[in-house]
Write a protein that binds this ligand. Structure first.
Ligand code: GDG
Length: 666
């Protein structure tokens, strides 16, 4: 049975107008179209794109959407759309996420609506969800939703993905509701970003706003952990390949070729948004045309899709762009050419592909952009041609598209210069640039993105559902940590290197270390306290079976020096006792030697002599005690490099996940 993945986003992937249901455009929609249907049964929850005041009409639309499109509609009144969407989401959060506090507008009444609409979404999700489903919340309009869902259904698996950048704390702190917004996101089990920089900013913002100690891998939250990840979104690669193979595409491309014959084409495609750098780009084009003696041989095509037209800043932008385009065409037009071909509208997908394929250059210069799918789509369509991508260094895509010509969109003279250079590059070099990027864009596509986002959750769930398979997780971490990470799964959990155990499906923990003497803890704790006092920034963690001195927040050199001293002192003191002292990563740990993962595995095998085979894998030095066991039923796998007693080895955690995935395909 495939898992049901419930996608929750502000907009549904369809728009309802009068009697027509049309597909919405936009990055998210395209990406999720690429999810493999055989693995994920998907449902969408979202707003259908217009206010429908009459109840009978709402019912009719809800039925149509559910039956024909697998969608659950969330209806909003016109007032809610204005305050929640245009107001709070797009006039206060959006500009800050894009480092543009000058565009920030805020009205306190919007906050009530934002909370209220997030609550309406929460109710819809709770009505729709079944045990075992995975909820995936998208973007800044629904930042409160994860925490609302968590409060109502503590065991629900919730993912959150932010499609925009996450800015530096100094910017995000300008938002009047900054704390509530980040706390809302922390309701998710997994929070994804397009780039590592965004993740880092999010961590430091959480730390400074909420005072929570964060790690770059996860953030501890009430009763659970939010794992953090970087998942750069991709395009729907198969859809592009199919279109490029179609007869219609070839016809359209030929038609456009004839219409623009004899001209080099430079194309820009985007929503009409101030983050996309349209006015700065026009400045660069002015610069370029002023220095060009071949104006008749170049044409700039702009496709600017109308966006957020109810918002004043967007209305001004349209006026300014139209006036600037008119002015530049007036200034540079000849009897043979009008250099800027401006479309303020949306064009059909096949035309978009034909345009990308025909273009010599894509000029993609946002002032800042979470990812920017247009850059990747252009590359996808360069299957036969050898076009060049000029890309803003401030788009998330710049981190991946290694052969693009990167520009600073604020530096219009430099953009104009890059354009001149690009037009002069020989075909051979252009091909050498585009081809390796195309390979990457087609491989790491939307399907890959969606899989890596929901992959680990799906895998864990599937493991939990296998008949005749018991899953045991053994870790050095505390009971609380294991519960927070894996509490919702029917796994046997063994914490603190074997000191305590929670049976599958049980709530209570049992200690498995009753015969171990911990009298030493008090005495050694006193020594650790002295080091804590003497080393500012260091802290002590007390677990049932061990004590740990952490120094990652202390001065690096001083901390390491004190750690060596402590390790020596403790080792000398404990030499003749069954106590282990370990100097690990920014910590010194003292544990009872009787607790080790090997002994824990031996106990599990002893108590379950019906197991035919036990697959035992790990990536840590402490896992060697399991690999050293000599049971014929045991199949041991080391994950990663380093010396090992294990029988098999896989190179990294991702490969191990793939292996499990293939073992347990349902
Ligand atoms: C947000 C983030 C992030 C545009 N014009 C037409 C058309 N489009 C399609 C493009 C592309 C999509 O719209 C735009 O996606 P982008 O990624 O470039 O930008 P945003 O809309 O701002 O998306 C962004 C994205 O979310 C995903 O996470 O990359 O950073 O801001 O797919 O092709 N499609 C058609 N006709 C048009 O005229 N058919």
């Amino acid at each position: 049975m495939p898992n049901t993945l419930i996608n929750v986003s502000n907009r549904l992937p369809v728009t309802v107008e009068e009697d027509r249901v049309t597909k919405s455009s936009g990055g998210l929609v395209a990406a999720l179209e690429g999810l493999p249907e055989e693995q994920y049964k998907t449902k969408w929850i979202g707003w259908p794109g217009a206010a429908f005041p009459e109840e009978s009409r709402r019912q009719e639309i809800a039925r149509k959407l559910a039956e024909e499109h697998g969608c659950v509609a969330v209806f909003l009144s016109q007032e809610e759309v204005t305050a929640f969407y245009e107001g709070f989401s797009n006039s206060s959060i959006w500009p800050l996420l894009h480092y543009l506090p000058n565009y920030l507008r805020y009205e306190p009444a919007w906050w009530e609506h934002y909370q209220n609409v997030n609550r309406i979404f929460a109710e819809k999700v709770l009505e729709t969800v079944h045990e075992g489903d995975l909820v995936w919340v998208h973007d800044y309009q629904l930042m409160l939703l994860p925490a609302m869902l968590r409060a109502a259904a503590p065991n629900l698996k919730i993912g959150f993905f932010l499609h925009t950048p996450f800015p530096a704390y100094e910017i995000f702190r300008c938002h009047p509701r900054r704390r509530e917004l980040v706390a809302g996101m922390l309701g998710a089990n997994r929070i994804g970003f397009h780039a590592f920089g965004y993740l880092r900013h999010f961590c430091s913002t959480v730390q400074r706003l909420l005072g929570i100690e964060t790690e770059l891998t996860h953030i501890p939250s009430k009763g659970h952990n939010s794992a953090l990840g970087v998942y750069p979104i991709g395009i729907n690669a198969p859809k592009f390949e199919q279109t490029l193979d179609s007869k219609e595409f070839h016809q359209r491309r030929e038609k456009f070729r004839l219409a623009h014959e004899g001209k080099r084409l430079v194309v820009s495609v985007e929503r009409m948004d101030y983050t996309k750098g349209i006015l700065h780009r026009l400045e660069a084009i002015d610069n370029f045309l002023a220095g060009s003696d071949k104006i008749d041989a170049i044409r700039f095509i702009f496709v600017s899709v109308p966006s957020r037209e109810g918002i004043e800043e967007y209305q001004h932008l349209v006026e300014e762009v139209e006036s600037r385009v008119g002015q530049l065409n007036g200034k540079y037009a000849t009897l043979l050419n009008s250099p800027i071909h401006f479309i303020h509208g949306s064009i059909p997908f096949v035309d978009l592909c034909a345009l990308y394929a025909l273009a010599d250059i894509a000029l993609v210069t946002p002032l800042i952009d979470g990812m920017n799918l247009v850059a990747k789509e252009f590359i996808a369509c360069q299957r036969e041609n050898a076009g060049l991508l000029i890309l803003s260094e401030f788009a998330g895509a710049a981190e991946e598209l290694f052969n693009a010509l990167l520009v600073n969109p604020y530096d219009s003279a430099a953009v104009a210069g890059t354009l001149t250079d690009a037009l002069a590059l020989p075909t051979e070099e252009r091909r050498n640039r585009i081809l390796p990027m195309r390979e990457r864009v087609m491989r790491y596509d939307a399907r890959h993105w969606a899989r890596s986002n929901v992959g680990i959750e799906t895998l864990l769930r599937r493991l939990g559902q296998q008949p005749n398979v018991d899953v045991t997780v053994i870790s050095g971490r505390s009971q609380e940590d294991l519960e927070a990470f894996l509490g919702g799964h029917p796994f046997r959990l063994i914490a603190e290197h074997g000191a305590s155990l929670r049976g599958p499906g049980k709530k209570e923990w049992e200690r498995s270390d009753r015969n171990i003497n911990y009298a030493w803890k008090e005495e050694l704790l006193a020594i650790l306290r002295l080091y804590e006092q003497a080393t500012p920034g260091s802290t002590i963690e007390e677990k049932h079976s061990s004590i740990v001195w952490h120094y990652r927040k202390a001065d690096e050199g001083f901390g390491a020096w004190k750690a060596n001293q402590l390790t020596e002192e403790l080792s000398a003191l404990t030499a003749n006792n069954p106590i282990k002292v370990r100097h690990g990563k920014k910590m010194v740990e003292v544990t009872a030697a009787g607790n080790n993962k090997g002994a824990a595995v031996a106990r599990v095998l002893e108590q379950n002599d019906n197991y035919e085979v036990a697959l035992c894998a790990g990536d840590d030095l402490t896992d060697e005690s399991m690999f050293e066991l000599s049971s014929p039923r045991l199949l041991t796998i080391k994950v990663g490099s380093g010396p090992t007693q294990a029988r098999f080895r896989v190179s990294d955690p991702a490969t191990f996940r793939q292996f499990l995935d293939s073992l347990f395909t349902v």
